[in-house]
Design a protein around this ligand. Structure first.
Ligand SMILES: [Ca+2]
Length: 293
């Protein structure tokens, strides 16, 4: 081989080496591109999966509390509806007396504690609205008396198993329409001046004819001996006791609303008519309320 041929051969060898390198380089580039594309695709898939997970978590975190809240609101609404639908005839215990639902939905009821100053509730008989109070006394079924175990305090003790029973003009066994008329009691509230604009009565344990049917309520800001004077009292209510329709024994009548906006610290309650001619008048509880809008 001459020099020229040798040079050509060397050139071909070099060219072959260059071609081989180019081929290797191209394949490497293709592999890199393929790897890069695969990597990008994997990242896209991962991004989509993460997005799905995040969105799902958000939906769950929003929907579940909302569903739970709506469920609780529904349950609460159901409980409220149940509480307000309790009828008076279902209430029979003293504990339930203090939790009687009020049907008036436009105002907030506030049941007044009838705790009296010095614990004194004064029984009266032969006492008309506006007149001086005539004191009744504990005794044994005679006029102007009440049984010691059925004293005026029993009408204010929050217990429907106890009652106040007064005879007024009559002895036990009498059957006159005026027996026990104009009997009642008065007291000074321990809590001080209070607006009373609602009252409700509970029947005694027996003898429906003894139920009060027409009653009165007077207010005063006097105390002790001054409360004997009729001039110390202001008439606040004179009308139905709410027991016109007999609700049964140891049951409450309808709420009676008073048009009164003045605070009084003392109150006098009188029975003006009973359900029928009978020897005495009785009731287990009187409740006074203060409604505020
Ligand atoms: Ca009682």
């Amino acid at each position: 081989m001459n020099t020229e041929e040798t040079a050509i051969a060397n050139h071909n060898v070099v060219q072959s080496q260059l071609d081989y390198r180019n081929i290797v380089t191209e394949k490497t580039t293709e592999q890199q591109n393929t790897s890069y594309k695969s990597c990008c695709q994997n990242r896209k898939v991962l991004f989509v999966l993460l997005s799905v997970v995040v969105i799902s978590s958000l939906i769950v975190s929003i929907l579940i509390p909302t569903v739970i809240l709506k469920k609780k609101q529904t349950q609460s609404s159901s409980i409220t509806t149940t509480a307000t639908s309790i009828t008076v005839s279902q209430l029979t215990t003293a504990a339930e007396v203090s939790s009687i639902p009020i049907t008036n939905t436009t105002t907030k009821p506030d049941k007044i504690l009838l705790n009296a100053v010095n614990g004194k509730v004064y029984g009266v008989w032969n006492t008309s609205v506006g007149d001086d109070s005539k004191a009744s006394k504990p005794g044994n079924h005679w006029s102007g008396q009440y049984l010691p175990e059925e004293s005026p305090e029993k009408a204010c003790d929050g217990d429907i198993d106890t009652k106040y029973n007064s005879f007024g003009w009559c002895n036990e066994g009498g059957r006159f329409s005026n027996c026990a008329i104009n009997t009642g009691f008065y007291l000074e509230l321990e809590q001080g001046p209070t607006i009373v604009n609602g009252l409700r009565l509970w029947t005694g344990n027996d003898f429906a004819p003894r139920d009060p049917i027409v009653v009165s309520l007077e207010g005063s800001n006097q105390s002790e001996d001054d409360l004997i004077l009729g001039s110390s009292w202001t008439l606040l209510y004179n009308g139905s006791s709410g027991l016109d329709i007999d609700p049964g024994r140891k049951q409450c009548g309808l709420m009676q609303y008073l048009n009164n906006t003045i605070e009084y610290k003392s109150y006098r309650f009188l029975v003006l008519h009973s359900r029928a001619p009978v020897d005495c008048v009785q009731f287990s509880e009187i409740e006074l309320f203060s409604f505020s809008s």
